[in-house]
Design a protein around this ligand. Structure first.
Ligand code: HEM
Length: 152
């Protein structure tokens, strides 16, 4: 907020959803035979397709130094340089998340309310580095994240 004239921007929420998309893969089913551009491969109608959201959002071709948390990636200028479909935490197309705007706003308001009233630290019970669960269907940490909230 200090860096943005006291305003809470969406950029840090967007960068969080890039690094940790709650839905790491999207599912689709091909409805017509479709020849992939620049290849001899044809997807046949009926084929189930998994779209790797997590992998796209960590591809260094689109996001250099992908593990770095850098909200600057979401300035209007930087966004314009990327293909829009390499950032799809809410999906895309006719079945895109119906709660996209509400989800973004809710995360922002929730964070603002907590961070304006409390100093948040990791509790010593939390095992670090925090890893991603390899078995959960939705993005989850591999261990409980314990936080310590101190009233400001
Ligand atoms: C940060 C919060 C959220 C994330 C990351 C998220 C993510 C997603 C994703 C990835 C999809 C699948 C889209 C696709 O297949 O292309 C989806 C679908 C959907 N989401 Fe969300 N969502 C969020 C919040 C919400 C909220 C707040 C609501 C409702 C108030 C909501 C309601 C729905 C519904 C109804 C669908 C199914 C849409 C359809 O199939 O036509 N989501 N969401």
């Amino acid at each position: 907020m200090k860096e943005n004239d006291g305003k809470l921007t969406y950029d840090s929420v967007m960068e969080t959803l890039r690094k940790y998309p709650p839905v790491p893969t999207l599912l689709r089913q091909c409805v017509i035979d479709y020849k992939l551009p620049n290849s001899d491969f044809t997807l046949e109608a009926g084929t189930k397709v998994e779209i790797p959201v997590y992998a796209l959002q960590h591809d260094p071709e689109f996001y250099p130094d992908p593990d770095k948390f850098d909200p600057e990636r979401f300035t209007e200028e930087n966004k314009a340089k990327r293909h829009p479909y390499v950032y799809i935490p809410f999906g895309e197309g006719p079945r895109i998340c119906i709660g996209l705007r509400f989800g973004l706003m809710q995360s922002r308001v929730g964070l603002a309310l907590i961070l304006s009233r409390y100093r948040v630290k990791l509790h010593s019970k939390t095992i670090t580095p925090i890893g991603i669960s390899p078995t959960a269907f939705l993005m989850s940490s591999n261990n409980t994240i314990w936080l310590e909230l101190e009233k400001l």
